[in-house]
Design a binder for this molecule. Structure first.
Ligand code: AMP
Length: 279
């Protein structure tokens, strides 16, 4: 079923304790659509500048991402520069250059208006609603946001959330929004975490891609979609930029899903080992 994403397509400069990269492909819509492309076509709405390399456009097109909604404008592409310390959990933003993203007015091509599954990437909540206004009858809407919008545009964000079925945020953002403690679900315990950029968007892409493919939102499908989100995120962080998702195969996705399932599985207690008569 049709899946639409709106968000950033960026050139990232990233430093981790393991290395650094300058002006590599990044952006929330990029990670999302690449992860979701394993399950079916994705319609992308974003903007880039004249300096955006053609090879990145080809990369997305080859993955089946519909680029009718990728607007190329005079000016420079959105740039984000971040650093991760050894804990690799928190991105420290060093620099954000909005460039053409600064006055982004998302406009949906007519052919996108019948989209059924919609992911609103991390942009101004006013713009998120403007996108929703252009979709005729969305069936399932998911959304991302960040501390910046929770703090500075809370009312607008709450208005957007009224029209959203699922919100993707990290635990700190969830606490900031809710004003109270929230529950946590486990992630895939990865040995080779390298660059966390794009983990959240790859999670959302795996989740929404799987859901759009399934075309149903029953609890068992939602649970599998959540695990699929974790699987795609776990691959995305193994290398810089989109490098790991670019080389990823369906077999690897299937195998890691199996490992995940194995990890979460445990057998019944042996009745004779714990029979209440111990010690
Ligand atoms: P995440 O999945 O949260 O790690 O998203 C990382 C991506 O978000 C990076 O590739 C950045 O290009 C992009 N990004 C960083 N800051 C912003 C922002 N203020 N608005 C939109 N996208 C951003």
């Amino acid at each position: 079923m049709s899946l639409l994403v709106v968000g950033s397509v960026a050139l990232d400069s990233v430093e981790t304790p393991f290395g650094r990269r300058e002006d590599v492909l990044g952006g929330s819509a990029t990670y999302f659509s690449t992860a979701a492309s394993f399950f079916g076509p994705v319609r992308l709405v974003a903007t880039v500048g004249e300096d955006f390399p053609e090879e990145h456009v080809r990369f997305l097109a080859e993955r089946g991402v519909d680029l009718a909604g990728l607007e190329r404008r005079a000016g420079r592409t959105f740039r984000w520069k971040g650093r991760y310390e050894f804990d690799l959990n928190t991105a420290h933003t060093l620099e954000t250059q909005l460039n053409v993203f600064g006055d982004f007015q998302p406009a949906l091509p007519a052919a996108y208006r019948d989209s059924q599954y919609v992911f609103l990437g991390n942009i101004d909540p006013d713009l998120q609603r403007r996108v929703l206004d252009q979709v005729e009858a969305p069936r399932f809407v998911a959304c991302d946001t960040m501390n910046f919008w929770i703090g500075s545009k809370r009312q607008s964000l709450l208005e957007t959330l009224r029209r959203v079925d699922m919100l993707f945020v990290n635990d700190a953002e969830a606490r900031q929004l809710a004003g109270e403690h929230v529950f946590a679900a486990s992630a895939y315990p990865l040995a080779s975490l390298f660059d966390p950029t794009g983990a959240g968007d790859s999670f959302a892409g795996g989740f929404m891609g799987y859901l759009a493919r399934a075309g149903r939102e029953e609890p068992d499908v939602l649970r599998r979609a959540i695990v699929m989100g974790s699987v795609l995120a776990s691959f995305a962080v193994e290398q810089f930029s989109l490098d790991r998702l670019a080389s990823l195969g369906h077999d690897e996705i299937r195998a890691r899903y199996g490992e995940f399932r194995q990890l979460a599985h445990f057998d019944e207690l042996e009745p004779d080992l714990f029979d209440g008569r111990g010690r």
